[in-house]
Structures are given as structure tokens and as C-alpha cells.
Design a binder for this molecule. Structure first.
Ligand SMILES: Cc1ncc(COP(=O)(O)O)c(C=O)c1O
Length: 394
């Protein structure tokens, strides 16, 4: 259509949604989805009640563009940011989920042609947002041997005079890998040496297992002033549909984002901000959710271990396993499409997350343990059939 601009015409549906469409089109009622990247459980009762109270109190109007002071104070005081002394009045903004924070940030950060370093494989939406905002996503290859962490030489080889920022996502979607303090220190020293801004997407930081630590890079010396911390309530409190998130970062950036928000969205939803500020006073809710995912992770890893042909490293965080399917002889799209068609199990092809994801599939443990066991049993049957190269009986 002649009225649509080229940028919009260049947008395409991501491979994750495409897998869902394919699964829905099958119309089968026994499909087990390990494709979706959101907690399947209900938002905690207490948070829902807080939203109800907000409605009763009449908190149904626009809030300040940066969010209510109550929300921003609660963010500044939550345990993992408290020591960093963010000023709620100038260094924190409430956004429409983590994605809202990312898009406002790219809008204020990027001039046409500015480059942002992103690891490969990585959650799809960063590159799309950066491109839409005129920037250039530059992929840094990673591999399983290095836990899918970007290596210094690979980053440095891609730094140009146009490189403006480096984007980190730990715990990571799709790999579940969590950056160690030493890995963060290496990125911090690189950022300082090359005067790069750091975007740290920490939306999975409450979901870490076996005592793993997930420090924010903003807490390293000299980093707070060159880092935007992005987080949201979607994964931590099972609140994906509430669209509440935030960014904590340098005041000048936050104030420009606030102007953008004024012009694009006005504000994040008012009762949601209230409920989220109540949620922040109850970190035990995140711990409860984490424990559910920890048990699922155990069930999934046991099931995957029994398959034999799939290899994987034990992920420390998020709710994903990035499994190596190369021994099956299929590429990741072939594997996922056939697994769906023959066994009614949804996983996401690793190639959806970048070329370095080829040979892998993302398995989300966002369904209950019984389903995970049933799904891995089906995967085992599927892989056994592949090994024998026998056509399925349909
Ligand atoms: C790495 C990562 N960042 C951000 C988001 C977006 O989260 P939100 O629902 O807060 O916008 C997602 C959602 O899947 C994600 O995986």
C-alpha cells in the first residue's frame, strides 16, 4: 500500500510467532508448547488485589510521564538497586514493560547509522527496534563452548567509530546463560576503553538457580553513569500482560526518554504502576515463582538427558534450555517443524535468534512438570525415529 513507509514494510513476523501460528493452524488439542517466553502462572493474588485497590482509589488517570513517584521510589529502593542510589526523581522512568523502556531508549540514543553491539544468538526484538530507530544492530558471534558469552576479541573486532552501545542480556533469552562477575568486568573495561554506553536488559534477573548470582553491570566501578538498567515485572511476577517496566540510568537520558514518552505513550498504565510498587515490597513472590521454575528445570533436564542425541549445558537462569540438535542431522527449523507435526510439541528454532543459534533449539519450561515430562518423552520418540531414519506412522 502506497501510504505505508519503507521501515514498516520491512518489518516481518518473528519466528516465534510464526511457530505459534503454525501450531494453532494444526488445531490439535494435544499440543504441548515449550515455545512461549512467559510464565504460565497467574499474577500473585496480592498484586491483583493491589490493582483493584488502585481502581477503587481512582488511580485511573494519566500519571506523570516518568511514572508516579511512589513507583519510582519503590524501584529505587528494591534490594538489587538500593546500593546504587538512583534518584527516583531524575534517574528512573516507568515504561510499558521492558520493551517500552528499550524502544524509548533507542529513540533517544540512536542517530542514523549508529551501531549497537548485540550478541548472536539473542532475543529477536532488539535488532528490529534498533533498525526501526535508524540504528544498525551489529551481531557478535558466540558459541556453546563459551556458554554463549561474547568474547573480548570478538567484540573489539566489531567496534567502529559508529559504535555507540553494547547490549547485554543476563540471564539470557534464548540461552539461559548468566554472566559472571568476571565477564561483566571485562565488558565494563571494554566499554570504558571505547567510551561505549551499556544497555543491560535484566528482565530475568530474579530467575537464577542453584545459588547463582546475577549482579548488575551498573554496580561495577565507573559504570552507573554509562549504563541503562532495564527491568520489568513480566517475568519476575508473572505480569506480562500488565505492561509495566522501568529503566534506571543517567538523568539526561531519562529526561529525554520522558519527553519521548510524553509524545508517544504519555505514561505506563496507572493501576499497574500502583500494583507493581506493591509487588516490589514482596520479593518473596519472585522467590516462589523461581522455585516453581527451578523444579521444572530439573524435570526438563532429566527428560532431555534421557534423549541421548540432544546436548545442552545446564542453564543458570531465565526459563530456557538451548539444546544442541546437530547430532540429529536436521537443521533447527526442520527439527522444530517436524517435532510439531509429528509429535505436537512446540520448540523454537535456534536460527530465529541469529545465525549462531543454528543447530540449536530453544525449549522454554513455561508449562507444568507433567507436560514437560510428556513433551520430553515425545521428543525422545521423535529422536529415536530420526536415528533409525524411519518415517512416522501418521
Ligand atoms: C530478553 C527480554 N527482554 C525484554 C523482554 C520484554 O519484556 P516485557 O514484557 O517486560 O516487555 C523479553 C520478553 O520476552 C525478553 O525475553
Amino acid at each position: 500500500m502506497q501510504w505505508i513507509n519503507q521501515k514498516a514494510k520491512d518489518l516481518s513476523q518473528g519466528a516465534i510467532r510464526a511457530m505459534f501460528d503454525r501450531a494453532n493452524a494444526m488445531g490439535a488439542d494435544d499440543i504441548i508448547s515449550m515455545g512461549i517466553g512467559e510464565p504460565d502462572m497467574a499474577t500473585p493474588r496480592l498484586v491483583c488485589e493491589a490493582a483493584g485497590q488502585a481502581l477503587d482509589m481512582g488511580l485511573t488517570h494519566y500519571t506523570p510521564n516518568a511514572g508516579t513517584m511512589r513507583f519510582r521510589q519503590a524501584v529505587a529502593e528494591q534490594s538489587y538497586l538500593r546500593g546504587l542510589h538512583y534518584d527516583p526523581a531524575s534517574e528512573i522512568i516507568a515504561t510499558n514493560g521492558g520493551m517500552g523502556a528499550l524502544s524509548l531508549l533507542f529513540l533517544v540514543l540512536l542517530d542514523p547509522g549508529d551501531e549497537v553491539l548485540i550478541q548472536d544468538p539473542q532475543w529477536l526484538n532488539y535488532a528490529a527496534q534498533i533498525t526501526y530507530c535508524g540504528g544498525v544492530p551489529v551481531r557478535v558471534p558466540t558459541d556453546a563452548a563459551h556458554r554463549f558469552q561474547m568474547q573480548r576479541a570478538d567484540i573489539e573486532a566489531r567496534i567502529t567509530p559508529r559504535t555507540k552501545a553494547i547490549l547485554l542480556n543476563s540471564p539470557n533469552n534464548p540461552t539461559g546463560s548468566v554472566m559472571t562477575r568476571a565477564e561483566l568486568e571485562q565488558i565494563a573495561s571494554l566499554a570504558q576503553a571505547h567510551d561505549l554506553f551499556v544497555i543491560s536488559d535484566e528482565v530475568y534477573n530474579t530467575l537464577v538457580y542453584d545459588g547463582a548470582q546475577c549482579p548488575t553491570i551498573a554496580s561495577l566501578p565507573g559504570m552507573k553513569e554509562r549504563t541503562a538498567v532495564i527491568n520489568s515485572f513480566s517475568k519476575a511476577y508473572a505480569m506480562t500482560g500488565w505492561r509495566i517496566g522501568f529503566l534506571a540510568g543517567p538523568a539526561e537520558i531519562v529526561s529525554r526518554m520522558t519527553l519521548c514518552q510524553e509524545n508517544f505513550n504519555s505514561c505506563a498504565n496507572a493501576p499497574g504502576q500502583y500494583a507493581a510498587s506493591v509487588a516490589l515490597a514482596h520479593p518473596e513472590l519472585c522467590a516462589e515463582l523461581r522455585d516453581v521454575f527451578a523444579a521444572r528445570r530439573t524435570a526438563l533436564l532429566e527428560g532431555l538427558s534421557a534423549i541421548g542425541q540432544l546436548r545442552f549445558t545446564r542453564p543458570d537462569g531465565a526459563f530456557y534450555v538451548f539444546a544442541d540438535i546437530r547430532a540429529t542431522g536436521l537443521d533447527s527449523v526442520q527439527f522444530c517443524v517436524r517435532l510439531l507435526e509429528e509429535e505436537h510439541v512446540v520448540c523454537i528454532p535456534g536460527s530465529a535468534f541469529g545465525s549462531c543459534g543454528e543447530g540449536f533449539i530453544r525449549i522454554a519450561y513455561t508449562c507444568g512438570e507433567d507436560k514437560l515430562r510428556a513433551a520430553t518423552a515425545r521428543m525422545k520418540r521423535f529422536c529415536a525415529r530420526l536415528a533409525q531414519d524411519v518415517s512416522p506412522v501418521i
